[in-house]
Design a protein around this ligand. Structure first.
Ligand SMILES: *Cc1c(COP(=O)(O)O)cnc(C)c1O
Length: 352
């Protein structure tokens, strides 16, 4: 904490806040006024700074551009009922960031820089946190190998940046997903559990193909048999009134939304089960009508209802979701907790 007593802040002279149309936010369209930057060299992290959001200048031999040492987080700050702002599950995001960094052979991000940095940045740009229902400030901490050198080995220098963007929940409309059995996203022993850049670049082609076939997203599978997760979301199903999601493994991202929804379900009398879900089980559940819901869970969308699942060229249709759907109940509970309408019994909110 010591090195942080007052992060050095250089404020912008030209706030872009009045350019924002808060009633029509598209994901990532607007970036808030400031960013935090912190450099790692000579074996340690140096003083973080908050500066106006601006371009980076990179040498072409910057290692991240070649060998993919990049890791990111995706989290949110919410406007509470009483007008204050809160950052959701700071600890869990920090933990996951460090687990991703470890896998990518990148230096640990100290808790003080991550947490104090986010708090001070969000505080400075707190007018960018939407007041509209369903709105939030999306926070993007990330790190990349900033050293310029052509050798194929872990870099000795890194840069950590946080910038933020006001958003509305995406995927308001139910989505169509395709069970993907030709391509995979992650393999046993690989980097699937890490939020590292390469995992996403590799997912674009299969997703593009699925879009050409009329779907919005793919559902990744393992061994051509078991459901893993979706693009940037964990997969959840309601079968026989039980909320089911595949168990965490090294090929599945440990979603904070997944964890939050499971916790809320358990504490609200909804049966949960973390277990493997096979493609065959899904097909059978559609045939005997025991599956009532399928949805994606992730920070950006919170809950993305699935209306149709394509398996081997056949589309299986889910009943429309409604007020009393499990996904809706959980989404509401989460919303109430984050906006201060319900007590924060799990200490998930960091109010700033
Ligand atoms: C980020 C992400 C998720 C969702 O995680 P949250 O912490 O809930 O946002 C799920 N799957 C993948 C592949 C992701 O990158």
């Amino acid at each position: 904490m010591e090195m942080l007593t007052g992060i050095d802040i250089k404020k912008t002279n030209h706030s872009r806040l009045d350019e924002v149309d808060f009633d029509h936010l598209e994901f990532g369209k607007y970036i808030a006024d400031h960013m935090l930057v912190c450099d790692y060299y000579e074996g340690e992290w140096h003083e973080p700074k908050i500066v106006p959001f601006a371009n980076l200048s990179l040498r072409p031999d910057t290692l991240a551009l070649h060998y993919g040492q990049t890791v990111f987080e995706g989290m949110k700050a919410f406007r509470m009922e009483d007008g204050r702002v809160n950052i959701f599950r700071l600890d869990k995001h920090h933990d996951r960031f460090n687990r991703s960094l470890y896998r990518m052979c990148m230096p640990d991000m100290p808790e003080e820089i991550f947490k104090e940095g986010l708090k001070q940045l969000v505080k400075l740009d707190s007018n960018w946190v939407p007041k509209q229902e369903g709105g939030s400030l999306y926070l993007r901490p990330f790190m990349y190998a900033s050293e310029a050198r052509l050798g194929v080995k872990p870099a000795d220098e890194y840069r950590f940046i946080i910038f933020t963007s006001p958003v509305q929940s995406v995927f308001a409309k139910p989505i169509k997903v395709k069970v993907e059995t030709e391509y995979i996203r992650a393999a046993r022993g690989g980097t699937g559990f890490a939020k590292c850049g390469g995992n996403y670049g590799g997912g674009f082609l299969p997703t593009q193909r699925a879009k050409e076939q009329g779907y919005d997203q793919v559902l990744w599978t393992k061994d051509n048999r078991f459901i893993e997760e979706s693009g940037m979301m964990n997969a959840m199903f309601v079968i026989n009134n039980t909320l089911i999601t595949p168990p965490l493994s090294d090929s599945i991202l440990d979603g904070v939304t997944r964890d939050s929804l499971l916790t809320l379900a358990e504490d609200n009398g909804i049966q949960t089960d973390e277990r493997a879900v096979s493609i065959d089980e899904l097909k059978a559940a559609f045939i005997d009508d025991t599956i009532t819901e399928a949805f994606g869970a992730g920070t950006a969308a919170v809950v993305a209802p699935i209306e149709r699942i394509g398996i081997d060229g056949t589309d299986y249709v889910l009943p429309p979701y409604h007020e009393q759907s499990v996904q809706n109940i959980l989404k509401q509970k989460l919303h109430r907790l984050r906006t201060g309408l319900d007590a924060d019994r799990y200490k998930w909110n960091t109010v700033i």
